[in-house]
Write a protein that binds this ligand. Sequence first.
Ligand SMILES: Cc1ncc(COP(=O)(O)O)c(C=O)c1O
Length: 439
Amino acid sequence: MNQGEAVFDLIRQEEKRQKEELALIPSENYCSSAVRKALGSILTDKYSEGYPGKRYYQGNRIIDEVESLAINRAKKVFGVAQVNIQPYSGSPANLAILSAVCQPGDRVLSQHLSMGGHLSMGQQASMTSRFFKAFYYGLSKRGQIDWDGLESQVRKQRPKIIFCGGTAFTKVFDFPRFGRLADESGAFFVADISHIAGLVAAGVHPSPARSAHLIMTTTHKTLRGPRGAMIMVTAKGLKKDPELGKKINQAVFPGLQGGPHNNNIAGVAVALNEARAAGFKKYAVQIVKNAKALATSLKRYRFKLIGGGTKNHLIWIDLNNKKIDGWTAAWALEAAGIIANRQTIPFDQRSPYYPSGLRLGTPAITTRGMKEPQMRLIGQWINEGLEAARKMNLEGIGSPDRERDQKARKEFKQAVFENQELRRIKKEVKSLCCQFPLP
Ligand SMILES: Cc1ncc(COP(=O)(O)O)c(C=O)c1O
């Protein structure tokens, strides 16, 4: 093959894979062809350090309009006072918030990684924990915020920021309660709504705009935009610190970033316009209906769901009663054309790489147009897939003897793609997927 074609050949392969497989990763979605058109546009070639009306490069007359359009749309969709649309992604956006609000060594409080928190909010493995002193709160066994633990941490540590939000939470966030806690203790309340931004935009999940001082969201999950993020300053945030917007802008540029990715910003502007359209509310409602239908189907096969079910787009499975770990389950499902996400569960005894759970989400399959009948089928396939995996040779997987464990996992990974039952499911998955094309 011509070397110049190599990348495009891989893109074609990935497109085929996405068309034929079920994307159940809760943080994934398919953006529209209009968003992709903006992403692939000539805007990618322009340098524009600075902000609309105040750039360090010439030639930004039109880029200023693009960025202003995106900002104004975001303000309307989320009901906030100010928006910085330039963060390259969610992790740098959370770092920008930390550096705008805190001094090195300041204390922050966030949901623990093993309980569904996200790295970028002060977790040990993240650089953020080197600069800021992070403390954590967890979830109860029922998947709710452990309010007693959280309140006691607030009293003890007096954090500068209380973060809410993470990668695994199946309930409705009680934003007013977080807001009151922050107000009582003098902390800033930062709501990271990356996962649920589309649900918030559609009014399917309550908005944190009146409770939080700052809101961060990635743009590529339920919001269905391109990869990116935005930091929103609320009226409440500006009341607490009238300089907060300025601090955020300075933290993003020149603090942490250089030139904004203008093609992405244009893509976000397109996605925000789509999120204002009538059809988006219907889409968001269907995401939740589908998650509930998939949860019900899984429960029928005796899957143990953290929190007992779901109130949003996400399903969190404790696999302990199924005698299979998250790693093994996720590979078996991949062999069946079902792309899931392994995930630690609250009070997990295993490591994040070989955790005890799975995380599933319905945003992407809902974008394809799938509804409740398809969710019932997917639940059935997940059950059949894991039953097939359990009949395979799992001996040695999870052994405390690391060498034995790794050897067993390697052999399983080779064998799983040859398993006839998983291949049968993969064929059926493909045939379903062909009826629900990507946008
Ligand atoms: C809650 C939350 N915050 C932040 C991020 C980080 O986003 P990114 O992967 O774009 O850096 C994620 C990503 O999954 C997330 O779920």
